[in-house]
Ligand binder design. Structure first.
Ligand SMILES: [Zn+2]
Length: 184
């Protein structure tokens, strides 16, 4: 798996998960022209299980401004809705814990990744495999990113009781995934 010059995710190996492009119009320029890391989320609530459902979420309510870059389904396929060289609307602009460096809001700086999960207590093996491949692709794309660039989650910026994602289970699983890509 790799990121091409347009910021699109491309499968290149036999064991790469399927990648579907379902473009969203809810995108804008990033503050620095490129992201500086990622922000993990889980989808919560009634979770869709196919690409058609992703399309419905996106198109159902034109007043709902939410968008995300990548959606990692529980079955393994990845759906991309915004190029990684653009911003998407995954964190509210005036989140109380927005760091000083994130001028204009987190969405101008970080890639939003949605993990399909009803309540953040369960992530599947195909989903973990997709996350692993994705981390590898992002490492190749931006080798200068420190490990912290892969550790941010929604609740870091907009803490409970407003946002709980990506939750303790993902935060427990993530270091094991990252260790495979940050050796030595
Ligand atoms: Zn979130």
């Amino acid at each position: 798996m790799l990121v091409d010059t347009d910021g699109l995710l491309i499968a290149i190996e036999n064991n790469d998960p399927t990648i579907a492009q379902v473009p969203s119009w809810r995108k804008f320029s990033l503050a620095a022209g490129a992201p500086v890391g990622i922000c993990w989320h889980y989808t919560a609530g009634a979770t869709p299980h196919d690409i058609e459902a992703v399309r419905r979420i996106r198109d159902l309510n034109p007043l709902d401004q939410r968008s995300w870059h990548l959606w990692l389904s529980q079955e393994g396929p990845i759906v991309q809705s915004v190029p990684l060289i653009k911003g998407s609307w995954h964190v509210r602009r005036r989140s109380p814990k927005t760091p000083a460096w994130a001028k204009g809001g987190i969405n101008r700086w970080l890639i939003g990744i949605e993990l399909e999960s009803k309540d953040g207590t369960e992530f599947t093996d195909p989903q973990l495999h997709a996350a692993d491949k994705l981390i590898g692709a992002l490492r190749c794309w931006h080798p200068e990113w420190p490990i912290e660039a892969f550790e941010w989650g929604h609740s870091d910026f907009d803490p409970p009781p407003r946002r709980f994602d990506p939750g303790p289970v993902w935060r427990f699983l993530l270091p094991g995934l990252l260790a495979r890509h940050f050796k030595g």
